[in-house]
Design a binder for this molecule. Structure first.
Ligand code: PRP
Length: 220
């Protein structure tokens, strides 16, 4: 029987996906925190988990390196979701994408006055769309991490980043001034795999849907 491969990223997505898999009868047999393995076995001989960078999950699933994947909506919007079937919002790894500035920076006044804002972010596409829709002129500075540092060092006036508890912003004396959108993780599926391994993939999608709270119906 052909192997089914599920792509997950280490950390929050992996941790939040485990209970859903368990509820679907799938146990991951290796602990990524304790081993350097990138391919993890499960209790199902026809199903394995591969660990990839969050931003690589759509690529793996698009090109068939994995049949299924779990990925944040932020990554799907920023890095593309072409050709991916997205059957489920898993309602896990919830957070939001927000604009934040240094304490004391008058964001509202800057926007009102039509100032050109310097915005540092790894979400360049999301930030560009958001500020364009508001009619705010921005110079976007692409960063790959630690966005919080940008306003503190004068690299930027504002950042666009994920906010969950708000603790990271608070610890760095930054203020959330606008929420751009709510984020959660999605199940994505390779379209060809869905056809070729339909019964087993459908069964996994349905079991994960069942494992979600009753209020969360599958998306189209
Ligand atoms: C995100 C984000 C913030 C932090 C916010 O980073 O970039 O740094 O979480 O969470 P909080 O509001 O609960 O403090 P993440 O842990 O996803 O890692 P990253 O820096 O690789 O994006």
């Amino acid at each position: 029987m052909a192997m089914i491969t599920l792509a997950l990223s280490k950390g929050r997505i992996f941790d939040d996906t485990l209970p859903l898999l368990r509820a679907a009868g799938i146990e991951v047999l290796d602990d990524p925190e304790k081993s350097r393995k990138l391919i993890l076995a499960t209790n199902r001989p026809d199903l394995r988990v591969v660990l990839v960078r969050a931003t690589d999950v759509p690529t793996y699933v698009q090109h068939g390196g994995a049949d299924l994947g779990v990925v944040g909506k932020d990554t799907l919007l920023e890095s593309g979701s072409q050709g991916l079937y997205q059957p489920l919002d898993l309602h896990i790894s919830k957070c939001r994408i927000s604009v934040a500035v240094r304490q004391g920076f008058d964001y509202a006044a800057a926007v009102r006055q039509g100032a050109r804002l310097k915005v540092a972010t790894k979400y360049v596409a999301i930030a560009r769309d958001f500020f364009a829709a508001k009619g705010v002129h921005v110079d976007l500075i692409k960063l790959y991490g630690s966005m919080e540092l940008a306003p503190l060092t004068g690299l930027a006036d504002a950042i666009v980043d994920l906010v969950s508890t708000g603790n990271t912003l608070k610890a760095n004396q930054l203020i959330e001034v606008e929420q751009i959108m709510d984020i959660s993780a999605r199940l994505v599926v390779n379209q060809t795999a869905l056809k070729l391994k339909q019964a087993r993939i459908r069964q996994i999608i349905d079991a994960m849907a069942q494992a979600l709270a009753p209020s969360t119906a599958p998306t189209a």
